[in-house]
Design a protein around this ligand. Structure first.
Ligand code: ATP
Ligand code: K
Ligand code: MG
Length: 670
């Protein structure tokens, strides 16, 4: 069993694996360490990763990237609507308010959900890992942004299930980075005060900041902050708009009206941005961008920095927020680590360096740290691997409340069951008095913490039915868990028989944080099934709990999705093997043409040579015309027909060879 960590980015995916001597990043077929986060549909087959990126400009409307932006989201959320304006593919709203991506495949319009598409991408990453490790891959840890909501987390688990992966943990990207940083920090003395580090990850679409404290043998995340909508692509967009305006004047073309032109200009702007990271100016040349016009321009770094000053300023906000929420001041911070390839713009490190009043640290591998941290965490959670004890405490960035159908559940902190910055996984036990079946709702308690206009409900739970004795309301204990993935669940509900002195307590909440750290066995709690921390209570009976969550697939939907994936895989394989058969025929034609001219020249008769030459010519023409897109069998048949013509000559030639060899052997023995 292998131990794998996946960083699924909006632009790049990285796969890391834990081995006895350390963490390795896996290479793909092109020997690259980064895999484009893309899925592309050709006419009859899908392309993933690097192959998808290669087909992106050819199939702009059926190449999907930035899937993380859509996963677990509702169609009408403002962030989704903003993104959809930029994406070249077609979308629609499904009956549950979710997103459907519509594209042409196998000659008709087909719809796919973001979960289905992410499943394809994960399955591709899994294949790369399996090919490289030569063993099946299932257990893994997958990085996720800390700002992911419950439904985004659930959608990730569904996508992983479609791909046949079993995530031992969905891990916050920055926590993974911090783990990879901390576990090798052996210079921390056991009794000295903690070291505080700020991690800033600027990706393609987002910025995540976290403050972590490190002690010998443990780390703890103190705060997470983020800007969901600020990353490398926003800098591309600044350039895109700049050139779009320029080209309208200079060439009278409006790229906004042309999907393909938009895709190509955006890709070029990203390149310009990268060139500007190392050079004072960068050229931009695109042939035949639209209306058969070539465009030509250039931009200076100074100008780019001026255009992106608003973005640079916005970067300050999550940095300051993370620091404020950590309760630390700037003097406490030992180092600031900048990661994510979006941060390679020189103006960014300049600005952050002056904000934090220091040189930025360079300890961490900026593009691999998330995957490496995930692989480490997977090793720590996996039963097959031994890692030295190291405690990881993460904090949850949202407050979560619970209410019942009798109104809010009173807690000391006003409806909030898990306050913001709660260490998780975490279990809390709610005690309620009820006569019959009741409902509980989990929700985000502070709308300011989640995206604007994002739904605040998380899950609803039906608890019951149950029987009460003496016609009196019974005490029900409900164990609520914020689990290792950051997903809210109810583990169990039980009817409690209690002693008289406890009858006065109406609604209470007790903490049960045995498993607040994510070390081994983090997913199971030894006290599960007991009654929380109330020693006088005696459990009388388990009560059924039915959970209805928004965003998760039902069992049936999941198995349908897996089936659909299987048939897509089958079609891809069929096309791959068709391509192989076509290539085999093509090489046969070239090989035989050569052999007829050389090797078999004297073996074949003139009429044979003429006939075969004609056939080879016809087959070659067929391959370029009618036979360009044929079935696997058509290529096999053609090849067999050709072989039938050539076999007699080949046999005669072999016989001749054997006779020559035999006489040589005979000579030797004499
Ligand atoms: P996310 O974290 O948003 O999911 P990701 O992890 O895929 O995305 P990264 O791979 O960390 O993102 O960074 C990708 C971004 O980095 C892209 O916007 C890319 O253009 C940008 N980038 C890569 N190299 C450079 C460079 N040399 N200069 C500037 N930007 C760069
Ligand atoms: K990445
Ligand atoms: Mg990233």
């Amino acid at each position: 069993m292998s131990v794998v960590g996946f960083d699924v980015g909006n632009e790049n995916c990285v796969i890391a694996v834990a081995k006895q001597r350390g963490i390795d990043v896996l290479l793909n077929d092109e020997s690259n360490r980064e895999n484009p986060a893309m899925v592309s549909f050709g006419e009859k087959q899908r392309f993933m990763g690097a192959a998808a990126a290669a087909s992106a400009t050819m199939h702009p409307k059926s190449t999907i990237s930035q899937l993380k932006r859509l996963i677990g989201m509702k169609y009408r959320e403002p962030d989704v609507q903003n993104d959809l304006r930029l994406f070249p593919f077609e979308t629609s709203e499904d009956s549950d308010g979710g997103i459907q991506i519509r594209l042409r495949y196998m000659g008709e319009m087909q719809s796919f959900s973001p979960v289905q598409l992410l499943g394809m991408l994960l399955s591709h990453l899994k294949q790369i890992a399996e090919k490289s490790l030569k063993t099946p891959v299932s257990d893994c840890v997958i990085g996720i942004p800390s700002y992911f909501t419950n439904s985004q987390r659930l959608a990730y688990l569904d996508a992983a299930a479609i791909a046949g992966l079993r995530p031992l943990r969905l891990m916050h990207d920055s926590t993974a980075t911090a783990l990879g940083y901390g576990i090798y920090k052996t210079d921390l003395a056991a009794n000295s005060s903690p070291t505080y580090t700020v991690f800033i990850d600027i990706g393609h679409c987002d910025t995540q900041v976290c403050v972590a404290s490190f002690e010998s043998g443990s780390m703890r995340v103190l705060s997470h902050a983020f800007d969901r909508n600020l990353g490398g692509r926003d800098f591309d967009e600044v350039l895109f708009n700049y050139f779009a305006v320029e080209f309208k004047e200079k060439y009278s073309i409006d790229v906004y009206t042309n999907t393909k032109a938009c895709v190509r200009l955006r890709a070029s702007c990203e390149k310009v941005k990268k060139v500007l990271s190392a050079n004072a100016e960068a050229p931009l040349n695109i042939e035949c961008l639209m209306d058969e016009k070539d465009v030509k321009s250039f931009i200076k770094r100074e100008e780019f920095e001026k255009l992106s000053s608003g973005l640079l300023e916005r970067l300050i906000v999550p940095c300051q927020k993370a620091l404020a929420d950590s309760g630390l001041s700037l003097d406490h911070i030992h180092s600031v680590e900048l990661v994510g390839s979006g941060s390679r713009i020189p103006a960014i490190s300049k600005m952050l360096s002056s904000l934090f009043k220091r040189e930025l640290g360079r300890t961490v591998n900026a593009s691999e740290c998330v995957a490496r941290g995930c692989a480490l965490q997977c090793a720590m959670l996996s039963p097959v691997f031994r890692v030295r004890d190291y405690e990881v405490q993460d904090s949850f960035p949202f407050s979560i409340g619970f209410s019942s159908d009798k109104g809010p559940i009173n807690t000391p902190s006003n409806e909030v069951l898990f306050p913001k910055s709660q260490v998780f996984p975490s279990v809390k036990v709610i005690t309620l008095r009820r006569e019959n079946t009741f409902h509980l709702e989990a929700f985000y308690a502070n709308q300011d913490e989640i995206a604007p206009d994002s739904p605040s409900q998380i899950s609803s739970f039906t608890i019951g039915p149950f029987q009460i004795s003496h016609g009196e309301a019974a005490r029900v204990k409900v164990r609520v868990q914020l689990n290792l993935h950051g997903i809210v669940t109810i583990d169990s509900a039980s009817l409690i028989e209690d002693h008289k002195e406890n009858m006065t307590s109406e609604e209470t909440i007790s903490e049960n944080n045995h498993q607040s750290s994510a070390t081994k066995d983090g997913a199971s709690d030894p006290s599960l099934g007991s009654t929380g921390n109330d020693p006088k209570a005696i459990k009388r009976m388990e009560i059924p709990v039915v959970q209805s969550v928004s965003g998760a697939l039902t069992k049936n939907e999941l198995s349908e999705a897996k089936q659909r994936e299987n048939s897509l895989v089958e079609q891809d394989l069929k096309m791959e093997s068709t391509k192989d058969k076509k290539n085999a025929l093509e090489s046969f034609v070239y090989e035989m043409r050569d052999k007829m001219l050389n090797t078999y020249r004297s073996t074949a008769t003139e009429s044979e040579r003429e006939c075969i030459a004609r056939n080879l010519q016809e087959t070659e023409e067929w391959l370029y015309e009618d036979g360009d897109d044929e079935t696997e069998n058509a290529y096999i048949e053609k090849l067999n027909d050709m072989k039938k013509l050539i076999d007699p000559i080949e046999n005669r030639f072999k016989d001749g060879e054997e006779r020559v060899q035999a006489s040589k052997d005979l000579l030797k023995t004499i």
